[in-house]
Structure formats: structure tokens, C-alpha cells
Design a protein around this ligand. Structure first.
Ligand SMILES: [Zn+2]
Length: 120
């Protein structure tokens, strides 16, 4: 268990910051099921199979990428089909919330879109 703290912290930071920068502040703060479960989710991520780690890193990508509507839709299907090696039980409402926020809130919509830097 010696090194698990590092990996757990890594997942918590990557997933939290990806979601935080992809929603407006109000919807991020009100994302109860996320705040409630992210700690346990990150803890469980340490022991899942590599396929799940790869997939989670795609759904909740590192900077400067965003968690867009497509991520949430695909994440929701992934959860629904039980592909999460058990961790899907901790995040089964996240996709619905992310989709709802982006559909209903223009600030979330704006925050969820990745704008590649313009090339000079
Ligand atoms: Zn919002």
C-alpha cells in the first residue's frame, strides 16, 4: 500500500481539475454526487485494471483538454454497460449531471468547449 497515496492523489487531482474547468463554478460546487464520491472513487482507481485507467484518463483528460458533452455521453454509456471494473457504481449519476449542466447552462457550455490555441 506504500505508494498508493500518490496514485490516489493523482487521480483525484486530474479528475477534479478536469471537471472543475469544464463546468461553471456554480454547477461544479453543486455537483453533490461528485464531491461525495470522488475520494472513494480515486481510492478505488488504484486497483482497477489498466483498461479502466486509460479510459478514465480519456473521459477526464489532463490540461488543457476539457470534459465536453461527448465525454459525458460516452462516460454515461461506459458506466451503463458496467465497464468500470466496479468503480462505475461510485459515478453512475455523474454523466447525467454533466450532460444536464451543459445542456441547460450557457456558462457550463462555454466552459466545456476546448478551444485549441491559435497557431501563429
Ligand atoms: Zn453552469
Amino acid at each position: 500500500m506504500a505508494n498508493n497515496g500518490g496514485e490516489e492523489a493523482f487521480w483525484q487531482k486530474q479528475i477534479s481539475s478536469a471537471i472543475e474547468r469544464s463546468l461553471c463554478q456554480g454547477h461544479f460546487e453543486a455537483f453533490f454526487d461528485f464531491h461525495e464520491n470522488i475520494e472513494e472513487f480515486s481510492f478505488c482507481m488504484v486497483d482497477v485494471i489498466d483498461e479502466v485507467k486509460k479510459q478514465i484518463a480519456v473521459f477526464f483528460p489532463p490540461l488543457p483538454l476539457k470534459v465536453g458533452i461527448v465525454n459525458w455521453v460516452q462516460f454515461q454509456s461506459w458506466v451503463k454497460y458496467g465497464l468500470g471494473d466496479g468503480v462505475e457504481d461510485l459515478c453512475d449519476t455523474w454523466g447525467e449531471y454533466g450532460k444536464m449542466a451543459i445542456k441547460q447552462c450557457s456558462e457550463c457550455r462555454e466552459a466545456s468547449i476546448f478551444n485549441p490555441p491559435e497557431e501563429n
